[in-house]
Design a protein around this ligand. Sequence first.
Ligand code: FES
Length: 106
Amino acid sequence: MTEPEVPQKRPYPMQVEAGKEYHVCMCGKSQNQPMCDGSHAGSGLGPKVFKATEAGFVAFCGCKHSKDETGKCDGRRSSSSIIIGFKQILVFILDNKFHYSSTLVI
Ligand code: FES
């Protein structure tokens, strides 16, 4: 069995839109992580499909070893990667929410 490449050992937090379908890279070769860009061709691996039922943030797999059927992080690499992932999500949310605020100090 072909082993995927490991772009990073922590999740990719990403904002998703309700009703949209996302093709999550599981080969690790995409230059558009965490989404598939077709670079998996010939690798024997392919993307997993995530269908967003509601808008929000999703932590997609960064190590490409998740057993989740939709490509979300399942904490397979380590528990610390989940904590780092949640920290990334929090920073991402705060950064976007307060992007134009000069008063926010983190
Ligand atoms: S580029 Fe990795 S699954 Fe398509």
